[in-house]
Design a protein around this ligand. Sequence first.
Ligand code: ADP
Ligand code: MG
Length: 679
Amino acid sequence: MERGVSVYTVGDLCKKCYSCVRSCPTKAIQVREGEAHIVPEYCISCGLCVNMCTQDAKKIVSHKDEVGAAIAGSGRVYALLAPSFPGAFLDLDPGCLVAALHRLGFDKVFEVAFGADLVSYRYKKTYEHILKQERGTFIITSPCPSVVFYIEKYFPELLDSLAPIVSPMEATARAIRGKIDREATLVFIGPCIAKKDEAKESETVDYVLTYQELSDLLEGARIDPATCEPVEFDPPHANLGRIYPVTGGLLKAADIDSDLLESPVTVIEGPERVRDILSVLSKLHKEGGTPSYRIYDLLFCEGCIGGPVMMNNLTFFERKKFIVRYMTNRPLITDLKKWAQANVDYLDIDLSVRYTPKKGALVDPPAEKIQEILAMTNKFKPEDELNCGACGYSSCRDKAIAVYRGMAEVEMCLPYLISKIEQTVEDLKTNQARLIQAEKLASMGQMAAGIAHEINNPLGVVLMYSYILKDELLGNTGANEDLDRIITEAERTRKIVKGILNFAREEKIDRSLVDINRLVQSSVEGALKGHPDGLYGVEYRLDEKLGLQSVDKNQIQQVFDNLIKNACEAMPGGGTLGVSTKEKDGSFSVCITDTGCGIPKENLSKLFSPFFTTKQVGKGTGLGLSVCYGIVKMHGGSIEADNNPEGGARFTVTIKKTHTVEDGGSVVIDSPEGDNNNE
Ligand code: ADP
Ligand code: MG
């Protein structure tokens, strides 16, 4: 749980939708391992995140237990009911609610609207003269704790302009403590989460209940307010202060008119507008200039009846109707002077407050850091910044800044995640195809190796006796020719069997340091010897930094021979052979391309199977590529076949480097994984 503010996150319930980040006016939410936690230092307790979170992961610190214990105890406990209550407990005679509170255990029930009257009167007395000034300073008035926290944390330069008069809750509590009962436990009941934090700071009010918490307590005690016999609030009674919770209520109650066209007063509500006007006023404060208004009355919600925990989903206008109806049903003193005479006992209460600047504003990162963070989610140019808002921040730049400050995580970017998932799915598909292929070849290899072993023995016997017979029949030319034929064919069979064993990786590899570039060049030269000059052109792109590599020279030569032979066979009328080598990421690769017929797509997955050939009988055995496959695998590498976009085939052999040549030419050979090798 976050300490310090009255809202906290239940991590397990957080489903990474970032709607709380989106709604938070101060971006006080830190995403840690996908969970969105509130950072008290930056939070202004507005409660917007509580309402935005559809998963119920944002909770409000409850005072139900403490209040329950207080009313069960022997001390006096008083309820201070916020003026917005008629908009929460609809169609209920206010007297019934007062009676229900008494039944619950409260000794007295006061209307906070009385404190609002006190505050309004103080505003009127203190600031009336400002309204008459042509030019001069401005003041900010606000009964809203979130606005006060906002200014304290983010616009401390404006604290001198914030009217140092307490809120109606605090005024009511001070009136009770000063004139009625110093010791009682005071419980404020209202629509606001920030009040819990305001009360914690001032320590005049002991506990704050939301209307919902009150309803829960009433329900727990099986009290239905509608069935209670109505009683009056305890005095002092409220007057115009009852209008406080609707837009501009403070000013109306203070008889300061904000409705006039040329009014020196403006009422501003809502987080964005409050932020905008505070930015404007801050600039004015720093740079000088004439403010448009003398008094700026600010509220974070649309009136307190728009508070975050009002208990019902009525609109502002519907709730306002209930407030106005309550007000007009009661006797009112519209003349402030007369009201002051009637309440003269309370006019000397100290309603002053001292604001303290609090650390809240965050440091901006240098431009290159922002660029660096943007690049982590593939945003290299301004066009790459989609500003889609999915992360909760209104722009990619804002999110990058939050990442720098440790408030957001790189992975919060939805478009980036989608592209990453697409890439992963693509990689998985390729890997799956490779695995299927490898498995197929492995089982084939097992069978082929079994057969090859079985054939090898009788074949050896045939060859041995053929040679013995040849010796015995010395001079019999006819029989000798026949025997030579037997021997040639048996030797050919042995070669095939050796090829099969090679594919099945039954051979051991004998590593030495080999110059790969020279090796592939010698294979090309050997292959071209048998062809007329000029039939094949060769394009080399050799990475001369490749140096010596630890491989089985004879076997790797065999791989190059086979690939180059195939390439030439694919270009019977001549063409260009491409040979390139490259070193990258601890591996080296050799790529052989041709400009021949290419490989039909459906054959790509069959090429490395033993005996797969598209060549005429007698021309191809279908063993060349399977042998290559076996040899490369024994070296712990891979071989890939593909078609060039511009035509012809491309075979790439990639082998992990297993040695380094250090300065002075001494050679270190690491013990290579995958030698002799099980993949
Ligand atoms: P063989 O050459 O005896 O047919 P390989 O295993 O060497 O056996 O090759 C198998 C098959 O792969 C060939 O028959 C041919 O269809 C295809 N192939 C190999 N290399 C190429 C290439 N460079 N261009 C087109 N097809 C090729
Ligand atoms: Mg071949």
